[in-house]
Ligand binder design. Structure first.
Ligand SMILES: C[S@@+](CC[C@H](N)C(=O)[O-])C[C@H]1O[C@@H](n2cnc3c(N)ncnc32)[C@H](O)[C@@H]1O
Length: 401
């Protein structure tokens, strides 16, 4: 995977021909028959419409990556039968549909799927039968770093499945030489979710995501943007906006493993003198962000200006603003539900000069902006994070009027 210039490119012409879609086997890429360039134009037009009440001074051209090979994470449902598994999705009757050649996945992921299927066949474990509520193998999650290193996770129903996979750990490590992390996740409940809370490591503990300016560390249950090249474009764009704003203090709320905070911790390749605080609910993600910060030289000996705190974003903001802590700039990158009324109101009343809001849901972004009438949108940009689907990322810079 390489870092792309992320402006509309020749990759945005034509459309991706997918035999699974053509045969009606998988319809996940709803817009795959629309040329990629037109998909992006449609997404931009939709964002302009949804944000009409908060029209920016300037819309920057959409940031677009590849229309294939772009997904760094595959979440494969296991179907079929013991000794003959499928890896892909389940159809509406819960029968397995094998999608091992899916063209949107990173090539490093496609390369190992046959090996993983062969390994699972050798275990004799049965795929989980959703109707009968029997069987073991539920999902295989594979994440690829730009280096080609992989994190491979097996989601199973019971301790028995875990024991069988653990007993074959050595074989698995030998079969998957590019995997630096291998784990088994237990999901005993009959629920429409992709993983449970218990994770047992068979190899390593975190995947090094070597991005262009920063290495991030990803543990099995942490969030990571699914399109590495477009994520790099997003982090660089936000860092450039923050450089223009030149805050001396910055919060990165909903920081995950620290992408925005750590990109903003470097100015022209030099360590910043800014005070940066990343806040995230997941303690595991915060541990990973701290490791990256130390690797970048922000440790307790360096008079660190970068810190990461495990907390609820709203609680953190309310408590700190109430005690007179007010950063010059706040980055927010919440889940689809947005930052909500409480945090929007806290920011509206805060006196904070600049906010950078990166959203995967323009509808909740617009709703949150409605609650912050003191801010005007200066720049906005669509990031084509999820080609062939209706989903997108949009980032906006807000300036206090
Ligand atoms: C869209 S992700 C963004 C992560 C990160 N900014 C990145 O670029 O990878 C949203 C993150 O918000 C975290 N989160 C969810 N609810 C939260 C809350 N109430 N307070 C703080 N973080 C929360 C999730 O764990 C997830 O890591």
């Amino acid at each position: 995977m390489t870092s792309l210039p992320l402006t509309p490119t020749s990759a945005a012409h034509g459309h991706l021909d997918c035999h699974y879609f053509n045969a009606g086997l998988c319809r996940s890429c709803t817009f795959i028959e629309t040329p990629h360039r037109d998909q992006v134009a449609d997404k931009e037009a939709w964002c302009v419409e949804v944000l009409a009440g908060h029209s920016p001074d300037a819309w920057l051209p959409a940031a677009v990556g590849l229309d294939r090979d772009f997904r760094n994470r595959a979440k494969l449902a296991v179907g079929g039968s013991a000794g003959s598994v499928t890896l892909g999705i389940l159809d509406q009757d819960f029968h397995g549909v094998d999608l091992r050649e899916c063209g949107i996945q990173a090539p490093q992921i496609r390369a190992v799927i046959p090996t993983i299927a062969h390994f699972l066949n050798g275990t004799g474990l049965a795929p989980y039968d959703v109707k009968a509520r029997r069987g073991e193998l539920k999902f295989v999650h594979i994440t690829a770093a730009p280096s080609g290193d992989l994190m491979t996770r097996f989601v199973v129903r019971s301790q028995h499945g875990l024991d069988v996979l653990r007993s074959r750990g050595q074989e698995l490590r030998a079969l998957l030489p590019t995997a630096t992390v291998i784990s088994v996740n237990l999901l005993p409940e009959h629920k429409a979710v992709l993983e449970g809370s218990r994770e047992e490591m068979l190899l390593g503990d975190s995947l090094r995501m070597n991005l262009d300016r920063v290495d991030l560390h990803l543990r099995p249950q942490s969030f990571f943007q699914t399109n590495t090249d477009v994520a790099i474009g997003l982090y660089n764009q936000v860092a450039a906006w923050v450089d223009e704003i030149a805050p001396s203090s910055l919060w990165d709320l909903y920081c995950g493993v620290g992408g925005f905070a750590l990109y903003c911790a470097k100015e022209s390749g030099q360590q910043t003198s800014r005070t940066i605080t990343g806040v995230e609910l997941s303690a595991q993600a915060i541990e990973s962000a701290k490791i990256s910060a130390v690797e970048l030289g922000f440790d307790s000996q360096s008079g660190a200006t970068v810190e990461f705190i495990a907390d609820d974003a709203t609680e953190f903001a309310e408590a700190n603003l109430a005690s007179g802590e007010r950063p010059d700039c706040v980055i927010v990158n919440p889940p689809r539900r947005g930052i909500g009324a409480r945090l929007s109101t806290a920011l509206e009343d805060s006196g904070v000069e600049h906010i950078v809001y990166s959203s995967c849901n323009p509808l909740t972004l617009a709703k949150d902006l409605d609650q912050m009438p003191s801010y005007t949108v200066s720049q906005a940009r669509v990031f084509d994070m999820f080609p062939h689907t209706k989903h997108l990322e949009v980032a906006v810079v807000l300036r206090r009027r």
